[in-house]
Design a binder for this molecule. Structure first.
Ligand code: CTP
Length: 390
């Protein structure tokens, strides 16, 4: 996590440097420690005073400032847990690749033994220029990590690659960078959202599951180094990166998608809310109103968790129980009936738990233990659940 991490932020002279003030603000809110170095060109775009104010630190620019107490371009990299250069302009990237230490930032980079991350930002043609591309490749070969620039409208009134990655995504990148990769080598299947079962050509049955819990688990598992397969029912878009997402609609599709990945998986976390019943007949055209009540028969659907609970060999199988009555009793019965290793039980009637919320109040139930958790964010709960499969 970013809290208390020492981030040495290098700012070079591109128009995107104004966005890096927002980055500083976001990092400070997460209690990161910052030190800032600006190139002379960067100070043409944003005043050092702005960085001092947002990053709450001294801003270093001058190579020749007094060396009597310490040699700053040597000591700052020693202090850092990581060095981040944002924006990294074509010129700064070129100097880094070729070791031209003609300013404080490059001298610090050359003295830095810690990981260095660059977030390039420039005009599309400058980015695509073979010299820039070659320099980026050289830096990658030296182990420098690159946060690829986005595509979009650029300050030069063109549209293309070269826009600095959004500050919130750079923060996400750093969050992931600092997360302990304790799930590396594990394959984790996570299901999320509702399923839907058709009634006719236009109608279906479903439920209010938002998918938040499942997407949180998938994102956190990815940050912790797992190979994640996310099997998702229809949900509103969520941000995910580097996750193999399989979109499904019905229970059958969800079960099949999981099955295709199950044999070499280490864990299945069923955070989805598959629909329990499906119509016994699905009309392939729209059922017209007849002036009479419509009678339909619903048959019980595949219980996906139970199917994989019975199929598991080495896999840890984790399910949820969303209850309104007799939480522990009902959840324990589900654990047994579905042969799960754990059930994450939550009482839908409690304020701060349930569908569409950002928080949850859960109990982790296993064969011989019940652990009651405090109210916490779905992200925190996701990590508690992932601790079960380390
Ligand atoms: N589940 C499943 N397949 C279903 C229904 C539920 O895999 N057809 C999974 C859910 O993903 C969850 C767990 O089973 O992990 C419990 O879901 P829940 O809706 O609480 O329980 P149900 O088994 O559907 O029982 P009931 O609705 O009667 O409480």
């Amino acid at each position: 996590m970013i809290e208390n991490k020492n981030i040495l932020l290098g700012v070079s002279g591109g128009i995107a440097s104004y966005k890096v003030l927002d980055l500083c603000s976001r990092l400070k809110k997460k209690n990161a420690n910052l030190q800032v170095i600006m190139t002379p060109a960067a100070t043409e775009f944003v005043s050092p005073l702005s960085f001092e104010t947002m990053a709450k630190c001294k801003v270093y620019m001058d190579m020749w400032e007094g060396h009597h107490e310490s040699v700053h371009h040597i000591d700052l990299p020693k202090w850092a847990d990581v060095m981040l250069i944002a924006p990294a302009t074509a010129s700064t990237i070129g100097k880094m690749a070729n070791g031209i230490a003609d300013n404080f930032l490059i001298a610090s980079y050359l003295a830095c033994e810690k990981d260095v991350i660059i977030a390039p930002s420039m005009n599309t043609q400058m980015l695509l220029n073979p010299a820039t591309q070659k320099n980026i490749e050289i830096l990658k070969s030296y182990g420098v990590k690159v946060i690829a620039p986005e595509s979009g409208i650029l300050a030069c009134n063109t549209v293309g690659d070269g826009r600095l990655e959004e500050p919130k995504n750079i923060v996400e990148y750093l969050e992931e960078y600092f997360t302990n990769k304790d799930l590396k080598g594990k394959k984790v299947i996570v299901s999320a959202g509702p399923t839907i079962e058709p009634i006719d050509f236009v109608r279906y049955v479903s439920n209010h599951s938002s998918g938040k819990m499942g997407y949180n688990i998938a994102n956190e598992a990815k940050k912790r180094g797992a190979d994640v397969v996310l099997v998702s029912g229809p949900v509103k878009p969520f941000a995910i990166k580097g996750i193999n997402r399989i979109e499904v609609k019905t229970n059958e599709e969800m079960k099949n998608a999981i099955d295709e990945n199950f044999d070499n998986a280490d864990a299945l976390i069923m955070a989805a809310a598959p629909v329990d019943y499906k119509s016994s007949i699905v009309s392939d055209h729209k059922i017209k109103k007849s002036g009479q009540n419509l009678k339909m028969e619903f048959v019980e659907n595949t219980d996906i968790l139970k199917y994989f609970g019975n199929k598991k060999t080495k896999q840890k199988v984790i399910g949820f129980a969303a209850e309104t009555d007799d939480l522990i009793e009902n959840a324990s019965a589900k654990l047994k009936k579905k042969n799960a290793d754990y059930i994450i039980a939550n009482d839908l009637t409690k304020a701060g738990a349930g569908f569409n919320m950002d928080t949850n109040i859960a109990s982790i139930i296993s064969k011989d233990n019940i652990k009651n958790l405090e109210k916490m964010s779905k992200t925190e709960l996701a990590n508690q659940i992932l601790d079960l499969i380390r």
